[in-house]
Design a protein around this ligand. Structure first.
Ligand code: IVH
Length: 673
């Protein structure tokens, strides 16, 4: 392909993506991929200036507006920013600024978060908000005045004094993360489509022909600059201008800072990067602006962007890639998890090669086929996820995922309970995958706590058939361990020492270590306290099990099934024969207090009781405090700023009480209706 053809191809591709992004709010590729196309075109045009035409997408911003809204022509075009993705590019930006100004000294910059929302221009005539527009193609936008009027934090009339006869403020409309979560949970409840991210939700909400819908969506506005101003003297710097906007009543990013030189810029980038996850809104980078407004004027613009400002972007948290296959992972309890194997893609600062698909239903819901192009997301330390499929890019005959009927590791039958989301391998400890996970769990810190027995080692021990069950761990010796790859004498004897130490344990740890389904640490403790020893637990019938604090029919059934399995009893016998033991536990049955057998959930800040005190009082009265609301909760005690737990309680119809009513219950009195 000739350079000319490639340039044409890039232009038409970029135009298509512009339309998908700006007009239809439904991008086909990730921002990172779009940036890559854009940069390739920019580079080719820079190398071959004879190919540059005025209609190239590098020469304008966005695409034409939808016909339904009235068009508004911007007094001055709404431009875009150049991007920097590395420290070197920031250094180069600062160098260009200083060269352009003929300055040797370090420059002062105003640094701000780069909001991930959508740009708007708001016009105020004699202090009154008169109209507002989206960016559109940069010179003409959509008239969304009615919708903007519904944005809660947008001033409809300027505050303070000294405002100009005409002021055009520019900024970003966005949705706070918590409002986004609420909106999506409402959408879910109504059976409506959920939004992919806060930016799309904000765009979809602002560009509604019916402004009542916009009003119901909790949008926010943040100002970052001025587009036009009549009859007023501008302050000397951008930061003073932002202060002025604040005084007139505009919300401006509280995180903005004045910094000096490249070191100041990069320091700001690092500090905002560290705060990113805890900010109330999504940002995709930071923006640096030369602070001196007169110097800004002197530098001016290149075709698409100012020379005096640049966006320093964070590594994209979303990227698109292809699904090469869907593998199955087998967990400790046999749960089969479909995992998308991906063409390697750099996202959120690391290269991602697979992403969880959670379960079969999730694969159906997201409609992921093998060969699909998908958007993957990795934010912070979370496991990479497939956000959605790009259906337009599905190859013909892309095979659908089918949950296998037999375990890919041990070939046992796969079963899925009627109300269960999860399909499981029925092989139990016959399945090498489950065996490995069971051993990892057995050795984990909260179980028998065998230091040094990590995933890799368990893998080797099982594959070398040195260990089948936890009891086999106690039969290991130096010669056996030294047959393993990369096992030195020192680490082998350390491991044997750790295994030896684990023989002295506690009953609750031992019960937890068995890895019985639905028996977590807390339940294991309750069981240990209730039965005092292992034998009565092994022999307990359903009736007796149900008497244990927080044990319901499901847990009782899991326990019964586990101890009914001769194989499991053999392992327990072998463990005890190997010397695993624990001191006796004093039996303590739940006290018969005012809240005996009741499950309460605490949420929000109570007026007088601290969380721990409330918990202690409830437990002393025989009640149990649970961390999450379910149908089994008896009461939710709600204080100030109660959040999702309160909502959940209302959804499930769980009784909600306040601190005073809790005190009434504790005093063993009936609640007044
Ligand atoms: S200043 C000449 N400041 O980023 C353009 N823009 O890529 C001056 N944005 O369309 C823009 N946060 O919508 C500026 N603090 C900020 C920003 C910001 C987000 C958006 C803006 C613009 C895009 C440019």
């Amino acid at each position: 392909m000739s350079v000319e053809q490639r340039v044409q191809q890039l232009r038409s591709e970029i135009e298509q993506h512009n339309r998908q992004y700006y007009v239809l709010d439904s991008p086909l590729i990730s921002d990172a991929d779009y940036d890559a196309l854009f940069r390739e075109l920019q580079a080719l045009e820079a190398e071959h200036p004879q190919l540059l035409t005025p209609d190239s997408p590098t020469q304008r911003v966005g695409a034409a507006p939808l016909p339904e809204f009235k068009s508004l022509v911007h007094r001055t075009p709404m431009l875009s920013l150049s991007n920097a993705f590395s420290d070197d590019e920031v250094v180069a930006f600062d160098r260009r600024v200083r060269e352009g100004l003929g300055a040797v000294d370090e420059q002062d910059y105003c640094a701000e978060p780069k909001f991930d929302g959508l740009a708007v221009a708001l016009t105020y005539e004699n202090g009154i908000f008169s109209r507002g527009a989206t960016r559109g193609d940069g010179s003409t936008g959509e008239d969304v005045t009615l919708n903007l009027r519904t944005v809660g934090n947008l001033p409809l009339r300027l505050q303070g004094t000294g405002w100009p006869s005409l002021l055009e403020v520019r900024g970003e409309v966005l949705m706070l993360r918590r409002d986004f979560d609420r909106l999506n949970s409402r959408q879910r409840d109504k059976g409506d489509k959920e939004f992919v991210n806060p930016r799309n939700a904000a765009a979809g909400s602002l560009r509604q022909l019916d402004s009542r819908i916009t009003a119901s969506r909790s949008l926010r506005f943040f100002a970052y600059g001025v587009g036009a101003i009549d009859d007023a003297v501008l302050p000397p710097t951008h930061s003073a201008l932002l202060d002025q906007l604040t005084a007139w009543g505009f919300p401006v990013a509280a995180e903005r800072r004045c910094v000096t030189g490249v070191a100041g810029l990069l320091g700001y980038y690092a500090s905002i990067g560290a705060q990113r996850a805890s900010l109330p809104y999504d940002i995709d980078g930071v923006v640096y602006k030369l602070d001196d407004l007169a110097a800004q004027q002197r530098l001016g613009f290149v075709s698409r962007a100012p020379r005096f400002a640049i966006a320093h972007k964070f590594p994209a948290e979303e990227a698109s890639t292809r699904v090469l296959g869907i593998d199955i992972q087998v967990g400790r309890t046999g749960a089969l998890t479909p995992v998308a194997r991906l063409a390697p893609v750099f996202v959120g600062g690391v290269t991602v090669t697979n992403a969880t698909l959670h379960n079969e239903d999730e694969v159906r819901r997201k409609d992921v086929h093998i060969g699909d192009t998908v958007i993957v997301r990795r934010a912070g330390d979370v496991i990479p996820e497939v956000v959605r499929v790009v259906p337009e890019l599905r190859p013909i005959m892309a095979p659908e995922f089918v949950m296998p009927g037999f375990c890919p590791v041990c070939a046992s039958k796969v079963v899925r309970g009627e109300d269960e989301a999860v399909a499981r391998c029925s092989g139990g400890l016959f399945c090498a995958a489950q065996r490995k996970q069971a051993l990892i769990h057995f050795a984990s810190r909260r179980a028998l706590d065998i230091e040094g027995l990590g995933d890799k080692l368990v893998e080797q021990l099982v594959d070398a058939e040195l260990v089948r069950t936890p009891a086999d761990l106690y039969q290991l010796d130096l010669p056996k361990l030294l047959t393993l790859d990369r096992m030195a004498e020192k680490s082998a004897s350390n491991l044997l020492e750790a295994i030896d130490q684990s023989r002295q344990t506690a009953l609750a740890r031992f019960i937890y270590a068995l890895g019985i389904r639905n028996v977590g640490e807390a339940t294991a403790k309750d069981l240990a306290r209730h039965f005092g020893a292992l034998e009565p637990l092994i022999e307990a019938g359903e009736e007796q099990l149900l008497q244990v604090n927080d044990v319901g029919p499901v847990v009782a059934q899991c326990l019964r099934q586990f101890f009914a399995e001769p194989h499991n009893l053999e392992v327990i016998k072998a463990l005890r024969a190997a010397g695993v033991s624990w001191p006796d536990v004093e039996v303590s049955r739940p006290p018969a207090g005012a809240l005996a057998g009741k499950v309460l959930v605490l949420t929000g800040t109570l007026p007088t009781l601290a969380r721990d005190d409330a918990r202690a009082l409830i437990e002393a009265a025989g009640g149990k405090v649970s961390g999450s609301v379910s149908k089994k909760s008896d009461f939710v005690v709600a204080g100030a700023d109660a959040g999702s737990k309160l909502e959940k309680a209302q959804q499930l119809g769980v009784t909600v009480i306040d601190e005073a009513q809790l005190q009434t219950l504790l005093a063993n009195e009936k609640l007044k209706p």
